[in-house]
Design a protein around this ligand. Structure first.
Ligand SMILES: C[S@@+](CC[C@H](N)C(=O)[O-])C[C@H]1O[C@@H](n2cnc3c(N)ncnc32)[C@H](O)[C@@H]1O
Length: 423
């Protein structure tokens, strides 16, 4: 395999992958994949090489090569049998002996637009640096400067361990960096970030209200902030994103991610029960579960509680501006437990509880409890959209999913078109 890689390098390919794990094709691993620029200057999977020994006929490599073409759109297909190079015709039906690989038609200096590959290259880079430190006898723990290692480069791109520089489309790089930092920080454990399908639904639920300040007082790794930030960027809305997180490791991680974000981000390492929040136009948050405090929290309805979730909701709602919207991901007890009944009545009287979307076990990361998405507007009370989702909750909450679409239509009805001639 080493010889095949050096021949490809000599032909001008700079980005090579051996037996890559392809995110969308888990059961398919080509022997060597070489990326190169297409006519538009984007880096794409260009050449694939199947490396075999003692294969009776080179043609036996054709099905795997044809599969690469069908699944990845590769342009050049090679088989290397016992060190001899063969090249497939355009239709990948026959192989001809060749001296070696042909140089890529448009060079290899394209811009990477593949988020999965960018993420895995960034994770590889973090492991490369971590192993280097380990080899030097340094313990790689919570203080490992992942954010600094992936800090901004002069041009948007990735420094490969062997010294080459790979330009990456800026929006792809921003998403890949945050995925890589979170993946590296969780190092094989399931991590504490909210479920991506929940983060994406939360962002959709606040999309129409995005402006000014977006706050997550219990931001963890920041997944709600990042999903919302992406929505704002897609809509061309300028907003600032503010997070609070009490766990220093998670706060540093979120701050490291926020550093490369395309909008202003501030992450405060602070106790959200004591911090002074900025007035917020939008709040997106999943408060910690099962927190009971020794102090009783005074609630807006005049009562007191030691229940952390109710206290968190109450505290957070104080920061919500008139006309603003908050979306909470809470344990379902918030909407069902008898002990919270009077607080729920208070909320329904003083706010617009716009939607309650019940989710089954598995949606609230790291717990086995059922949960609920609660959408609250600081506005006049009105009807509430209510849904209880089942096992297909992820599909239901996809951007075009039935439950999410129905909820959005209810909470932000499309303006009725004006009839010409009528006021
Ligand atoms: C359910 S998790 C939020 C996960 C987050 N949405 C994410 O995707 O990473 C709750 C977070 O609140 C943090 N937290 C707990 N108590 C806190 C406090 N008093 N102030 C600020 N953050 C706190 C926890 O460390 C945890 O990261």
């Amino acid at each position: 395999m080493g010889d095949v890689r050096s021949r490809l390098r000599a032909a001008g390919y700079t980005l090579l992958q051996s037996e890559p794990r392809l995110e969308k094709l888990p059961n398919f691993r080509p022997d060597v994949l070489a990326w190169a620029s297409n006519a538009d200057g984007d880096l794409v999977p260009w050449a694939v090489v199947e490396v075999k020994n003692r294969l009776k006929q080179p043609e036996f490599a054709l099905p795997a090569l044809a599969r690469s073409r069908d699944l990845m759109g590769t342009v050049e297909h090679y088989a290397v049998i016992d060190g001899e190079w063969f090249k497939a015709d355009r239709g990948v039906r026959s192989l001809e002996p060749v001296d070696g690989p042909t140089p890529p038609a448009y060079g290899s200096q394209g811009r990477l637009t593949d988020e999965g590959l960018a993420t895995s290259l960034l994770v590889q880079r973090l492991w490369f640096e971590a192993n280097r430190l380990r080899d030097a006898g340094v313990r790689v723990g919570d203080g490992f400067p992942s954010g600094t290692i992936l800090a901004e480069t002069a041009r948007p791109g990735i420094e490969l361990p062997e010294g080459a520089f790979l330009p990456v489309r800026p929006d792809v790089l921003w998403r890949a960096k945050r995925e890589a930092l979170i993946e590296f920080a969780s190092r094989g454990s399931s991590g504490s970030s909210s479920h991506p399908a929940v983060a994406s639904a939360v962002a959709a639920l606040v999309e129409k209200r995005l402006t000014g300040t977006v706050l997550d007082p219990f931001c963890g790794t920041g997944s709600f902030l990042w999903a919302t930030l992406d929505r704002a960027a897609d809509r061309g809305v300028q907003a600032r994103f503010v997070g609070y997180e009490i766990n220093p490791r998670l706060a540093d991680l979120a701050a490291g991610i926020g550093h490369g974000a395309p909008s202003p981000v501030e992450i405060d390492k602070a106790d959200a029960f004591r911090a002074d929040f900025p007035a917020a136009d939008v709040i997106v948050t999943a408060p910690p579960l099962h927190v009971r405090s020794e102090d009783r929290h005074a609630l807006l309805n005049g009562s007191t509680t030691t229940d952390g979730e109710v206290a968190a909701v109450d505290r957070v709602l104080r920061a919500l501006k008139a006309g603003g919207r908050a979306v909470f991901h809470l344990a379902s007890g918030f909407t069902s437990a008898e002990r919270h009944a009077s607080y729920r009545t208070f909320l329904a009287r003083e706010f617009r509880v716009a939607a309650l979307i019940g989710l089954p076990r598995g949606a609230l990361s790291g717990t086995g409890v059922r949960s609920v998405l609660v959408v609250i507007d600081r506005a006049e009370p009105s009807e509430t959209f209510v849904a209880q989702l089942g096992e297909d909750w992820e599909t239901q909450l996809e951007p075009e999913g039935a439950a999410l679409s129905a909820a959005l239509e209810f909470i932000d009805p499309a303006a009725t078109p004006r009839v010409p001639g009528r006021p």
